[in-house]
Design a binder for this molecule. Structure first.
Ligand code: NAD
Ligand code: 89V
Length: 340
């Protein structure tokens, strides 16, 4: 079994620890958090005795195959570079870095070791999104020319993740990054992007609404719209809804995880609701199941000696969309991705 060290034992890391228990061929044998109280709480909950308040100490003392970095973004570059120094495989939470320059340096550092570098970009690993990606890649609706990827919610994310209310950047960097990544997974890479942002909730610092228009290499267009200010009777957190039109049919992923694939006058409707894992809870079960899927793929990539679909290199292109969106909203112009 591959031995992993988890760095950061906060809000989301608990899902990752449950996920590692469900992952074949890999597990967490040591944990690290700079907060001793959090370290003790999580270590006791998961029965892990090897505990460190400093990641450098953990990597020096433990014979690890990989690290799982579950801290917030300011620490990512230093921790990835530390992991590269110890030549271990790395899986790192999104957003990968605070700048494209940092992300490029991190990718270079791991690349030099020849190890696997995955970004924990789990939304495209959700089973409903996976089903849509599979259908598009199989050509069920022909060549897609339009996509709307939509995440609109009024869910209180701030109680679990208070830091989200405090940053200059909010929805694009934290949530839009997932939806932009889904648009890339479905429709391919992007040449131009324009965006508007709004702050509806006066109690937070950053933007909580973003509307983005993407021109893809293929000639297709996507609209990616995200909101944490949408008060509706039916709350869809944390579902990403999809409307995709192709030259031979249409695909819709609607609320309640209903996938409709229409082609040649026929419609196939699939219930793609994720299973409720025994440690999971609604409405988070969608995200929680994707954690197992992405971590299982990471373990497989190590075993098979290949880089993952959501590698550091791949994720750089999603991160570039985030930067382009902020720049576009700030300067009121369309951003050509090659200028970044
Ligand atoms: P959090 O603040 O609850 O937890 C972070 C933990 O890391 C804290 O306990 C903190 O003490 C510790 N930490 C910070 N720097 C450290 C360092 N240098 N060494 C050791 N420990 C350190 O944050 P969170 O909500 O769990 O988010 C963590 C990351 O996960 C973020 O990047 C966030 O965007 C991401 N996230 C992803 C998803 C998803 O679905 N992919 C969901 C939620 C959060
Ligand atoms: O995925 C995330 O990073 C989370 C949430 C889904 C709540 O936005 O912060």
């Amino acid at each position: 079994m591959l031995k992993g060290g988890l760095i950061g034992c906060g809000f989301f890391a608990v899902n990752q620890l449950h996920g590692w228990r469900d992952t074949e061929g890999a597990g967490i044998t040591a944990i690290c958090d700079q907060d001793p109280a959090r370290l003790a709480e999580v270590g006791d909950a998961f029965g892990i005795d090897a505990r460190y308040t400093d990641a450098a100490d953990m990597l020096a003392a433990e014979a690890l195959d990989f690290v799982d970095i579950a801290t917030t973004v300011p620490s990512h570059r230093a921790l990835v570079e530390l992991a590269a120094h110890h030549a271990v495989h790395v899986i790192c939470q999104k957003p990968l870095a605070e700048s494209l320059e940092d992300a490029r340096a991190m990718i270079r550092a791991v690349e030099a070791t020849g190890k696997v570098f995955m970004v924990h970009e789990n939304f495209r690993w959700q089973s409903a999104i996976r089903a849509a990606i599979h259908s598009i890649r199989e050509g069920d609706i022909g060549k897609p020319f339009f996509c709307r990827a939509s995440f609109r919610s009024g869910y209180d994310v701030f109680s679990g993740q208070p830091y989200l209310a405090e940053g200059e950047r909010f929805i694009i960097q934290d949530l839009g990054i997932h939806v932009l990544d889904i648009a890339r997974a479905l429709m391919g890479d992007v040449t131009r992007l324009s965006a508007t942002t709004q702050r509806i909730n006066p109690a937070i610092k950053g933007e909580d609404v973003a509307t983005m228009l993407l021109a893809h290499d293929s000639g297709a267009t996507s609209v990616v719209d995200c909101s944490y200010a949408s008060r509706r009777k039916i709350e869809t957190f944390p579902e990403t809804l999809l409307e995709i039109d192709g030259d031979q049919g249409s695909l819709r992923l609607s609320e309640g995880y209903q996938l409709s694939i229409q082609h040649g006058g026929t419609e196939k409707v699939l219930d793609v609701e994720p299973p409720l894992l025994e440690w999971a809870e609604r409405p988070w079960h969608n995200i929680q199941e994707s954690v197992v899927a992405i971590q299982q793929d990471f373990a497989r990539c190590i075993a098979e000696g290949r880089q993952p679909e959501t590698s550091g290199e791949d994720n750089l292109k999603t991160l570039a969309l985030v930067e382009a969106a902020y720049l576009s909203a700030q300067e009121g112009r369309t951003i050509v991705l090659s200028e970044l």
